[in-house]
Design a protein around this ligand. Structure first.
Ligand code: PLP
Length: 259
């Protein structure tokens, strides 16, 4: 059986993040990629110059179309933009019994453009996190979800426990936004805490890192890997993709999905 992976996310015209990053990652890792588009962005390595969300019904219909025919072994969410789209996605995921759901709580692009409305964080917390097998916040996103200030490893663990208490089965708080010698991510599944460490890579070409990581985990889950192994596969994939990042455009170049 071909592993089937669905991304529910926004389009990045620049090809480095969003559904484009997700599809490239699915392809590299041997999963058949499908998409439910939530929004179109006009975007390049310099930033986001326009955002057009789709109607929530259009998002739900795309999920229904693929789930009722092709089938979904694992899915991820990326940019969801507003609470109406979050509600539609949460309902469609529930209705179609998608159990392996990775929620990447995308909030703000590296250039500062909002990809989620401020008043939608509550909908994400209430409606989507309880359906997540894994949530993959970076440090600012974990702070926004929990209201905690995260400075130390102990703070990361506290935030991870708070996110699991919101109903997610597991979480990986990503340490890439820290400033240590290594980029340390903290995994927690309600029972065990694991720290996944990789050397920090000095590069400005980090566009699409979050999307690529969560897509790699989703592809591994679609292939039947268990959760912690899938997270380890995602970490190895994103570390290589950042180390070999592409120097394209005049701003933050994209991670390299061939790496
Ligand atoms: N654009 C879209 C459509 C995305 O889904 C994402 C993902 O987080 C981004 C942009 C953010 O990209 P960056 O890695 O530059 O923050």
């Amino acid at each position: 059986m071909v592993p089937r992976a669905l991304t529910i996310a926004g389009s990045d015209s620049g090809g480095g993040a969003g559904i484009q990053a997700d599809l490239k990652t699915f392809q590299e890792l041997g999963a058949f990629g499908m998409t439910a588009l939530t929004a179109v962005t006009a975007q390049n390595t310099l930033g986001v110059s326009g955002v057009w969300p789709l109607p929530p019904d259009a998002v739900a219909k795309q999920i229904e179309a693929v789930a009722t025919d092709i089938g979904v072994d694992a899915a991820k969410t990326g940019m969801l933009f507003d609470s109406a789209i979050i509600e539609a996605v949460a309902e469609a995921v529930r209705r179609h019994g998608i159990e392996k759901l990775v929620v990447d709580p995308v909030m703000i692009a590296k250039g500062g453009a909002p990809l989620l409305k401020a008043d939608a964080v509550e909908a994400l917390r209430r409606r989507l996190l309880p359906q997540a097998l894994l949530v993959t916040p970076n440090i600012p996103e974990a702070e926004a979800l929990t209201g905690l200030a995260i400075r130390t490893r102990a703070d990361m663990e506290k935030a991870a426990r708070a996110i699991v208490a919101m109903g997610a089965k597991a979480v990986v708080v990503k340490g890439g936004h820290g400033d240590g010698e290594t980029a340390d991510d903290l995994f927690y599944d309600g029972a065990r805490v694991e720290v996944l460490s990789a050397p920090r890579v000095a590069t400005r070409n980090t566009h699409g890192t979050g999307c690529t990581f969560s897509a790699a985990v989703t592809a591994a889950l679609a292939k039947g890997e268990d959760l912690l192994d899938a997270v380890r596969i995602g970490k190895a994939f994103i570390t290589a993709a950042i180390r070999e990042a592409l120097n394209l455009g005049g701003g933050h170049g994209p991670t390299n999905h061939w790496a």
